[in-house]
Design a protein around this ligand. Sequence first.
Ligand code: URA
Length: 425
Amino acid sequence: MDAISVIRAKRDGGRLSDGQIDWIIDAYTRGEVDPEQMSALAMAIFLNGMDRAEIARWTAAMIASGERMDFSSLPRPTADKHSTGGVGDKITLPLAPLVAACGAAVPQLSGRGLGHTGGTLDKLESIPGWRALLSNDEMMDVLREVGSVICAAGDGLAPADKKLYALRDVTGTVESIPLIASSIMSKKIAEGTGSLVLDVKVGSGAFMKDIDAARELATTMVGLGTDHGVRTVALLTDMSTPLGRTAGNALEVRESVEVLAGGGPADVVELTLALAREMLDAAGLPDADPAKALADGSAMDHWRRMIAAQGGDPDAELPVARERQVVPAAADGVLTRLDAYAVGVAAWRLGAGRARKEDPVQAGAGIEIHAKPGERVTAGQPLLTLHTDTPEKFDYALQALDGAVDYAPADTEFSASPIVLERIA
Ligand code: URA
């Protein structure tokens, strides 16, 4: 077999055989297929797509490129959640300990932020001492002792995806449904969870800007999970405006702790509970009551133990940025739009995110949101507060926010979009 014939087959609109898929993924992982050739194939897939059987085989080949974890020795059923990424999406932080408090084991392998979307590991690293890198044995120990763990995926898990994702990132081939679905699901299936809830974001701050594309991605991923014996459900959720009232690492940890303490923004609480119910249901624990676990402090107790088990101090002061700038509301009225993508780019420019994988992030940087769509404001009242250690970035962040906010007269009837738009099982 040779790479050129595989590239030509997809370039000319054909379908790849099982043998071609198995060979190219294996040869690429071992370094026998050059990155230039894999880039060409990724672009051909981007342009010509793959059918269901090709996606399934491609996913299986990526799983087979590395190790598979096994949680069958744990005394609890496993449940995991994956979000396709958005702005202010801190849900994993309260969700993992909450679901653990309700009786499931949550092996949450998470990622770092790239571009305008934040990453769970970057957020948690703002807690002094907390470690994202755990060995497989350490991960199992935390799962056994606490019930939830949030950590980085080891290098052994779906290494073909790790190489391919880095290549897609620099060749304009990320936004392809077959490639996204196989990338996400190969890691989740290799991780060995028994059940999986997918939070597929829709809107300006998400990969998928429209609901039809999000539905197709969700349906493809649910099919892949189910075929591999993982009970998989997807929620399509709104990402036209940021989740909660913060975007940025330490700012989002603070807000997550408020949720675990029984407070926090209504949209974050609603989505956390909706995902928790789906995870518990998929894990075979439909009678567990996540609202009670939030109210009675048991979710908070699990959070504190999880942070401490990974070296963090749950009582430590979180970092704050050195400088702040308030952005006032420009008009009286009701806020009808606060664009998620613009807020994500502005937070990123303030230092909360990174442009390249090796860049550092500022723990205290980001944006506080004082009013959300549906709320009434008066001209001049604080709308946003920008936080950064590098105040020379304020203007650059403000440019991203230009045109990000719409207002309507104060007597306009306006209701914000629901958080959960659709469920796919
Ligand atoms: N997240 C992934 O893990 N892979 C993709 O392709 C896109 C988002």
